[in-house]
Write a protein that binds this ligand. Structure first.
Ligand code: ADP
Length: 471
């Protein structure tokens, strides 16, 4: 069986968040399980892609209304990723430094999807399954089943994975002519709330819909940024499969990005060396427990709560806090300003830094995740793998993956996304840290938890097999 993943992100070539990690690791595990897996993403203007040689394998063009866009499909030479990587090179719309955030993102995503399908139509050996990720590729299930030009692909089963239902990619009917000719009787499939909504379209048209954790699947029936009714209606074809992590990239024993590698036997000294580096760089006292946050500084992650949490915690508790992230400019500013008030116990790096994130997982004693919405969350799994205790709000995938220490578990959980709940959890963290014997024992246990893709990749393969039987 051959599966093609279509996505905007794929680590290490393009990563903004968890989507990049998932598409950069799930295919490797699927290939290991005997399911040949390819990935196609845009060719971005970045070093991570440019440093690899690629071969031109297809030239094509697609139209968006009256505009025509030439593109190339290039295949990366290196086989060291564990799967084949294909890139859509389109110089005007896709060959840009950032993945998202442009005014013409709608046009960019549609050109990407049309280019992939134009290539597949002309490909001799077609994939057995097309697996789409998030709204950026959510139109594909509609395009293959209803657009005349892609008729030769209509029997290929499509799977849509919702990594985050908050973002749906809606655009107005002024842009309807971007969709190549189809029977207008089917226009309702594109519609949600009088807009063309790619995520809703994907949910309606994909053969199966998955979300990134079982609990998130349940939550979406009641809270899905306007798509609750649709998701309830389509419940029968929806399934929640927990994301996994890449145990090769995220391995404290071999991770080249951290200061000192370690395994279960050397965890105490290894983590101490990483914490020492963080304390030196960010001016903390190594004796105090270090709490960290890594992530997008957005409302969903509870980032707006962080400045008050920091102030409250540092006024009353003897701890250090480090925040790595970027996003909402007001939150960024408030976090920067706090540095003056707590020069020896608080610091922040506003920006994206992959290396620093790895050192934090390896050196911080606790990882804070006060999320309002967390479809799966990978940070808590990385924290566990590196021996840092996660402090999470019970929501989405966090509920599926973290058990509270009060219930014989290994993390600290609270129910509400507010300052008081997070503060209480930090306080519990300090108490837990002060009983060093128990704290160290838990650390040694959590690094052994298997959150790799092994299990979930098998579930995806079962799902693909069930779809092939329907064909
Ligand atoms: P989401 O996809 O919603 O942003 P996830 O928990 O699924 O959240 O994945 C987040 C991924 O992005 C993790 O690998 C995390 O380490 C990484 N990450 C987020 N923000 C940063 C940052 N500022 N610097 C480095 N890595 C980051």
């Amino acid at each position: 069986m051959r599966v093609l993943h279509t996505s905007l992100e794929c680590y290490p070539f393009a990563k903004v968040g968890g989507l990049g990690d998932v598409v950069g690791s799930l295919p490797k595990y699927m290939t290991d399980l005997g399911c040949t897996t390819d990935v196609v993403i845009p060719y971005f203007d970045n070093k991570k892609i440019d440093q690899h040689e690629s071969e031109l394998i297809y030239n094509g063009s697609v139209s968006l209304g009256k505009y025509i866009f030439d593109f190339e499909i290039r295949k990366l030479f290196s086989s060291s990723f564990g799967f084949e990587v294909y890139l859509v090179y389109q110089k005007d719309l896709l060959f840009r430094p950032n993945v998202y955030g442009y005014e013409d993102d709608t046009e960019r995503f549609i050109v990407f999807q049309l280019a992939v399908l134009d290539w597949l139509v002309n490909l001799e050996t077609k994939p057995d399954i097309i697996h789409c990720h998030d709204h950026h590729t959510g139109l594909i299930p509609f395009l293959v089943s209803h657009v005349d030009a892609f008729q030769s692909l209509q029997d290929i089963p499509t799977v849509l994975t919702i990594h985050n239902a908050q973002y749906q990619g809606q655009f107005s009917y002024d842009k309807l002519d971007y969709i190549p000719q189809f029977d207008l009787h089917n226009i309702g499939l594109l519609d949600w709330d009088n807009c063309i909504n790619p995520l809703a379209t994907g949910i309606k048209c994909a053969w199966r819909v998955t979300t990134v954790s079982p609990n998130y699947m349940q939550e979406l029936q009641h809270q899905a940024n306007g798509l609750e009714g649709l998701l309830s209606h389509e419940k029968a074809k929806c399934i929640g499969i927990l994301n996994g992590i890449d145990h090769d990239t995220w391995n404290p024993e071999t991770d080249p990005l951290i200061i000192k590698n370690y395994n279960t036997n050397t965890i105490v000294s290894g983590r101490k060396a990483n914490k020492k580096w963080l304390c030196k760089h960010y001016n903390f006292d190594i004796e105090k427990p270090l709490f960290a946050f890594i992530g997008r500084l957005v409302y969903e992650k509870g980032a707006d709560l962080l400045p008050d949490i920091v102030a409250e915690a540092l006024q009353h508790l003897d701890v250090s806090i480090l925040i790595l992230g970027s996003g909402n400019t007001e939150v960024e500013l408030r976090l920067q300003n706090l540095k003056e008030s707590f020069p020896n116990s608080y610091n922040t790096y506003i920006g994206y830094d992959e290396k620093l994130s790895h050192i934090i997982y390896a050196g911080a004693d606790f990882l804070l995740m006060p999320s309002r919405v967390e479809p799966c969350g990978l940070n808590q799994m990385y924290a566990l793998r590196y021996g840092s205790i996660p402090i999470v709000r019970r929501t989405g995938g966090l509920k599926d993956t973290v058990i509270d220490i009060g219930e014989d578990g290994f993390g600290i959980c609270h129910n509400r996304a507010n300052i008081q709940d997070v503060y209480n959890s930090i306080k519990r963290g300090v108490e837990f840290y002060n009983v060093q014997k128990k704290y160290r024992k838990t650390q040694k246990e959590i690094v052994k938890i298997d959150h790799s893709w092994n299990n979930s990749a098998k579930q995806y393969i079962e799902l693909y097999k069930s779809l092939k039987q329907l064909q």
